[in-house]
Design a protein around this ligand. Structure first.
Ligand SMILES: *[C@@H]1O[C@H](CO)[C@@H](O)[C@H](O)[C@H]1NC(C)=O
Ligand SMILES: *[C@@H]1O[C@H](CO)[C@@H](O)[C@H](O)[C@H]1NC(C)=O
Length: 278
């Protein structure tokens, strides 16, 4: 009897899961836009290929509202590390998928996304390894490697601006993990791009990495951040009010940089964030 009940429950849960997953309205794939023109400004991925994003247009009451999601995916901290990354989708638009899956705040049904389903929704591909903040003219003559995250952010925002963001009434910049850090670091720049009358907010998700020591007592994250800042030439793109009072790599820590961000910023973070715990 118990076995039968268990089997029935398993069967029913599979049936329910299958039903949810096969409801075709639940899948939204959006084609890629490769921004060829950005290469003229030197706004390129690690391998020199043009940057990319996915845009799904808003309509109705959401027509003049925009939500921009910056993809995450850690960072690269050395030339060999960045060269490795340049052969993957996190470093080259030649390796990105033709279409990407939109879910949650990027979805277009009110069931999955009650607040933003009819907004213009954008996923910006992460291909610079520096949270959209690097800007180095030439890394090393013999390495075909480009560190241009800040230019990518600017080029893509300008392209979206010409596609309607210039008349935005509401705009949210958001992102997860390294994309959440990018959200904080680019929040005020984003605000500056938009009309003065627009309501602009930033939401950093799973990016409040604290400056703590490992269980061995080493400063792993601080060391990592120092390498990233030095390699990617980040100092000039971090808020100068922060870098003028502390070592620039410390300005990658949310706890230190947030006081210098002027645009309203919301934080979503688990106490047990898996990257931080590791
Ligand atoms: C997306 O790309 C595919 C394949 O390149 C194409 O067939 C399809 O029409 C495109 N969809 C839209 C909405 O542009
Ligand atoms: C969501 O987008 C898809 C693909 O563009 C479209 O076919 C579908 O009708 C949209 N759903 C709603 C509720 O707007």
């Amino acid at each position: 009897m118990t076995t039968f009940v268990l089997a029935l429950l398993v069967f029913l849960s599979i049936l329910c899961a299958t039903h949810v997953l096969t409801n075709k309205d639940d899948f939204l794939y959006v084609n890629i836009t490769i921004l060829q023109s950005a290469t003229a400004q030197g706004a390129v991925c690690l391998d020199g290929s043009p940057p990319a994003y996915h845009l799904h247009r808003g309509y109705g009451t959401g027509f003049r509202s925009w939500i921009i999601y910056l993809e995450g995916g850690s960072w690269c901290e050395s030339i060999p590390d960045c060269l490795d990354r340049s052969t993957t989708s996190l470093g080259s638009s030649n390796h990105m998928k033709q279409h990407d899956f939109f879910a949650g705040v990027l979805h277009n049904t009110s069931k999955q996304n009650p607040e933003f389903h009819n907004w213009n929704r954008v996923k910006v591909k992460y291909c610079d390894g520096s949270s959209f903040t690097s800007d180095v003219e030439q890394v090393h003559p013999e390495n075909k490697l480009y560190l241009r995250g800040a230019r990518i952010f600017k080029a893509i925002m300008e392209d979206l601006w010409s596609k309607g963001m210039k008349s935005a009434e509401n705009a949210i910049l958001t992102g997860t993990s390294a994309g959440g850090l990018a959200t904080m670091l680019n929040c005020d720049k984003f605000k500056c791009l938009l009309p003065e009358s627009a309501k602009v907010k930033c939401v950093a998700d799973a990016a409040f990495f604290i400056n703590s020591k490992t269980i061995y007592g080493t400063s792993y994250i601080q060391e990592l951040y120092r390498k990233i800042v030095n390699l990617h030439g980040l100092t000039k793109n971090l808020p100068s009010a922060c870098t003028s009072v502390m070592e620039p790599s410390l300005c990658l820590f949310s706890q230190n940089v947030i006081p210098y961000i002027q645009t309203p910023l919301f934080i979503i973070n688990s106490i047990y964030d898996s990257w931080q715990v590791k």
